[in-house]
Design a protein around this ligand. Structure first.
Ligand code: JFZ
Length: 470
């Protein structure tokens, strides 16, 4: 019923809010009413963030025309990340846009992708709706440079994904490059075709393309859990505010990431960057499974499931989310090794997910490591020596120790005052008691050595009191 109302609305007037907004005839706040069928405005920031704080693990997808060159242009290797090939090789717009006529990913299956994310234990999907190359991966009325109108494929990739997500109960969000647009004469970044950015009419690009496209994305694809802006070049607070207003007015429940150029709903770290210590705000690490975001034929250096599980627990124990990327190829296939590794992570989460989803930060901190008193990092700052023996996550009355190396003598627990009422391994149906012995004032959990197939597993301690006293 909801879907019917929504699609009815969109069919009648898909760009209603955009036209009014662009015409400037009516104040945007009066014209841009919330779209029918969308979740109501959250009553508080806590309510707004609730799904994100529960989810912890999301799938990032970088997919676009750059999957065709896949890191190579005219027989020459283009170093760096795959989706930057146009910029790296200074490919003229007139040449790069020819790729659209070759884009025909006949193996693309939206439901299979969503199912893959689900199997991996991921709770939200964020896909590139338009990356810096300016090509829209959906049927846009604002620009014909899009996957429906400019390719032989003629399918709205994002609509298919939105429908598959709605059907399977997966949260769905968009990456949108609001500032860089190498296809638009006034967008930031393309200096080889259009000259220096300072001489461009950047606001013209924002008003004629970026703002109306964001409007389309928030009106035609159902509830959007978050919108992931990026590289805020030339984004003044005033320009950022215009996007905030569009999002708030159309879908007040939609989160805004940390790279708009003005305060969003959470902090985005640098790519692949996990903070050394706990952060007390809401945050997310965007990360790659190999070294690129967009598909590169030559990048086969995949992070192992164990590495991914460690990073996930490292992030969750510090209060963040892990948005892990895959780069599908030009046929619409997500590279098999990344799928295999993610599914292995998902099998681990099936058993140990209680320590991840909705779990709180570590009450300790010493397990993260410490700054070296002598060694310096590349920037001349004290080097952080990472420890990776275990990570701790929490729920009221419970501590979860995910163990990555098991000392032969058992695990020395960090000091805390609460009595331990129960100790067992997660996933053990009988909850067989793990012995805790106190040796020289240190509580030691006699965890067994892992079986041949476990690389990490979780000790659950039930304690007296909801919060840990140190
Ligand atoms: C940006 C994009 O340029 C890139 O193509 C990809 O989409 C990635 C997710 O985001 O690259 C960045 C942006 C910010 C940082 C690093 C790379 N940063 O803050 O460290």
């Amino acid at each position: 019923m909801k879907t019917t109302v929504r699609s009815w609305f969109c069919r009648i007037c898909p760009l209603f809010p955009a036209f009014i907004f662009m015409a400037g005839a009516v104040a945007p706040s009066a014209a841009m009413a919330q779209v029918a069928g969308m979740p109501p405005a959250p009553k508080s920031q806590d309510e707004k963030m609730a799904w994100f704080r529960e989810a912890k693990f999301g799938l990032f997808i970088h997919w676009g025309l750059y999957a065709i060159p896949a890191g190579e242009w005219k027989g020459q290797r283009s170093p760096g990340i795959g989706e930057w090939v146009m910029h790296r090789m200074k490919i003229p717009v007139r040449e790069y846009e020819q790729l659209a006529s070759q884009f025909n990913p006949f193996k693309f299956d939206a439901e299979e992708w969503v199912k893959m994310a689900e199997d991996a234990g991921m709770k939200y999907i964020v896909i590139t709706s338009k990356h810096h190359d300016g090509f829209a991966m959906y049927r846009s009325k604002v620009s014909p440079y899009n996957v429906f109108d400019a390719t032989p494929f003629k399918r709205d990739v994002l609509k298919e994904l939105a429908d598959a997500c709605a059907k399977r109960g997966m949260q769905f969000g968009f990456y949108y490059s609001q500032a860089q647009d190498w296809h638009d004469p006034n967008g930031a970044g393309n200096t080889w075709d259009f000259g220096p950015d300072e001489k461009k009419d950047f606001d013209n690009y924002l008003r004629a393309k970026a703002e109306p496209q964001v409007t389309e994305l928030l009106t035609g694809y159902g509830p959007i859990c978050l919108i992931w802006f990026d590289t805020p070049r030339m984004m003044t607070p005033e320009r950022g505010k215009r996007f905030v207003d569009i999002v708030h007015q159309l879908q007040p429940a939609t989160l805004i990431d940390g790279r708009l150029g003005i305060q969003g709903d959470y902090h985005s770290t640098g790519d692949n960057a996990i903070p050394n210590l706990t952060r007390n705000d809401d945050w997310e690490t965007p990360a790659t499974v190999n070294h690129t975001w967009g598909f590169r034929r030559d990048d086969e250096d995949w992070k192992s499931p164990t590495e991914i599980i460690f990073k996930l627990l490292d992030i969750v124990s510090k209060g963040g989310n892990y948005l892990l990327n895959v780069g599908p190829d030009a046929d619409g296939i997500i590279p098999q090794p990344s799928v295999d590794n993610l599914r292995t992570v998902g099998r681990w989460l099936k058993v140990y997910g209680e320590a991840v989803y909705g779990a709180g930060r570590s009450p300790f901190g010493e397990e993260f490591g410490e700054f070296s008193p002598t060694q310096k990092d590349r920037n001349g700052q004290p080097l952080f020596l990472v420890r990776n023996d275990w990570r701790c996550t929490t729920k009221p009355g419970k501590l979860y120790f995910t163990l990555f190396t098991i000392p032969r003598e058992g695990l020395d627990l960090p000091a805390f005052k609460n009595p331990i009422t129960k100790a067992y391994l997660l996933g053990d149906r009988e909850k067989k008691e793990i012995t805790i012995e106190t040796i020289n004032g240190v509580r030691v959990a006699r965890v067994p050595r892992p079986g041949p197939h476990a690389t990490s597993y979780v000790l659950c301690l039930e304690i007296k009191g909801d919060t840990v006293e140190r």
